[in-house]
Design a protein around this ligand. Sequence first.
Ligand code: FAD
Length: 493
Amino acid sequence: MPESERAEAIGPPSEKFRQLISELKRVVGEGHVLSSQVDLSVYECDGETLDIARPDLVVLPASTEEVQAVVRLANRYFVPVTPRGAGTGLSGGATTVVGGISLALTRMTKVLEIDPDNMVARVEAGVTNAAVSLAAERFGLYFAPDPSSQAASTVGGNIAENSGGPHTLKYGTTVNHVNGITVVLADGSVTTFGGRARDCLGLDLLGLFVGSEGTLGIATEAWLKLIPRPEAVETMTCYFQSVEAGGRAVSAVVAAGVIPAAMELIDRLTLRAVDDAHHMGLDRGAGSLLIIELDGSRAGIETLREVVVRCVSVEGAFGVRWAADAAERASIWKARKSAFGSLGRLAPHAYVLDGVIPRSRLAEAIREIEAIGGRHGVTIANVYHAGDGNLHPALLYHQDEQEMARVMKAGQEILELCVTLGGTLSGEHGIGIEKLHTMPILFSDADLKAMQWVKESFDPRGLCNPGKVLPAPGACGEFVPRPLLRHRLPAGS
Ligand SMILES: Cc1cc2nc3c(=O)[nH]c(=O)nc-3n(C[C@H](O)[C@H](O)[C@H](O)COP(=O)(O)OP(=O)(O)OC[C@H]3O[C@@H](n4cnc5c(N)ncnc54)[C@H](O)[C@@H]3O)c2cc1C
C-alpha cells in the first residue's frame, strides 16, 4: 500500500469507532447497525465452525447506494469489510478474521425482474437461490445451480463461491449461469461487469469476480441466466455392497456416453443418519446409495434409462428403483440435500471437506480416505457429487481440542491426497480461511503472486475480506488476525 494511503486501523472502544457507528447508522438506519456482543456472536463464523472470529460491527444495507456509502465510510475510517450472505459457506469465507465490519446483504432480497424473452432474472444479491427458481417457475424456467443449501444461501454467496450442487455434472457451476453483476468496488465506486447479455469481449472481469470470495468487491445485483425446465426427468436410487462399487458404477455410466443431470453417492454412515432423520425406509445394510437423475426430451430418456440400469447392474447394484412421481423425486432430493444436517445425529460438529479428484480415481480415493480416518481416529461420513469427482468427506467431532487437532490433520491429508491423485483443493466451497495453508500444495509462488497482483489492483488498501484465499504474508494488510483455532493448534499436532 502506498505510504500516503496508510492509516491507523481503528476498533472499539475508541472515539473514532463511535463516530463510525453514528455515521453508519445515518446511512442504513439505527436498527441496521449491530454492535452488542450478543448480536455480533451470531455472525462470528459461517458453516465452517472450527474458525471463529467476531466482527466489531454488523451492517445491514438495503440497496447498492447504501453498500456504496458503507464502503466509502470503511475507507475513510480504514476498517475492513467482509461481505456476507446467509453465512452457509463451508470454508470460513464470511468469518471476519481481522474483525471490522460484517456486511450482511440479507435485506437485499428482491427479484427485480423476470425477463422470459431473454431468459434472464435480475435480482438483488441477498435473495436466496431457491427464490429465483420459484419466481421463474410460472414461465417454465429455472436457475440451474442448486447448492444443497439453496433454501438459505444467497445469490451473492453463490457468485462469490462459484457454487455448484448435485446438478453441476451436466449444468456447470454458477459462473456458467451469470450474465452480469453490479459491484461495489473496494474504493466505493460502483460498476457493472456484463449485463442482461453476457459481454464476450475485453478482459473477462465477470469471470474473474465469480469465485473471488468477496475479496475483490461486493456484488449487489445480478443478471442470472434462466433455462427451460426439462420436458422429462427420471430419478433412480440403487444400492451397492460397498462405496467403491458405487464409485465404479458412476465411472461406468459416464464411460457409456451418458451424462446424467446428477450422480450422487452416499456411504453407509450417512445413509443411516439420513434414514434416521427422514424415515425413508432405506436399506440400512447397504454399503452405499447412489442417486442418478436423467433429464431431457421424453423421446430420448427411455434409452438412457436402459443404459444406466445396465451399467449399475454390472457393478452389482441392487434395489434399483425409479421415482414414481414428482413427489417421490422431491423426497429423494430433500433427503440428499439434508444429508449434512442429518449427520448432527452422529456428532455435534462436522468439518465438511470439498476436494476434487478425477472421477476415474474415485474408488481409490474412497479407500485412502477411510485409511486416513482410521490413522487419526476420526469418524468420516462421505457424501460425493460422484459424477464430477467432487468429494465431501464430513469429519465428525466434538468440542475437544485434541480431537479437533486430529480432524484438521486428517482434513489436510485428504486434501493432499486429492492433489496427489490429480485433483484439486475445492470443487465449490472455496478457499476462505480453511484452505489458505493448502494453497501452496497446488499453486506455485508465481501463481500466487499473479493472484496477489489481481487482488491488489482491485483492493490496494486490503480492505475487502482480508485474510482470505491468498496465503501471502501481509494478506491481512495492516490488520491483526484474531486467534483462530487454526492458528492456535500447532501444525502436525
Ligand atoms: C448444508 C449445506 C449444504 C451445502 N451444499 C452446497 C452445495 O451443494 N454446493 C455448494 O457449492 N455449496 C454448498 N454449501 C456451501 C454454501 O452454501 C455455498 O458456498 C453458498 O454459496 C454460500 O452462500 P451464502 O449466502 O451463505 O454466503 P456466505 O457464507 O455468507 O459467504 C460466502 C462467501 O461469499 C462472500 N460473499 C457473500 N455475499 C457476497 C456478495 N454479495 N458479494 C461478494 N462476496 C460475497 C463472503 O465474503 C464469503 O467469502 C453448503 C452449505 C451447507 C451449510
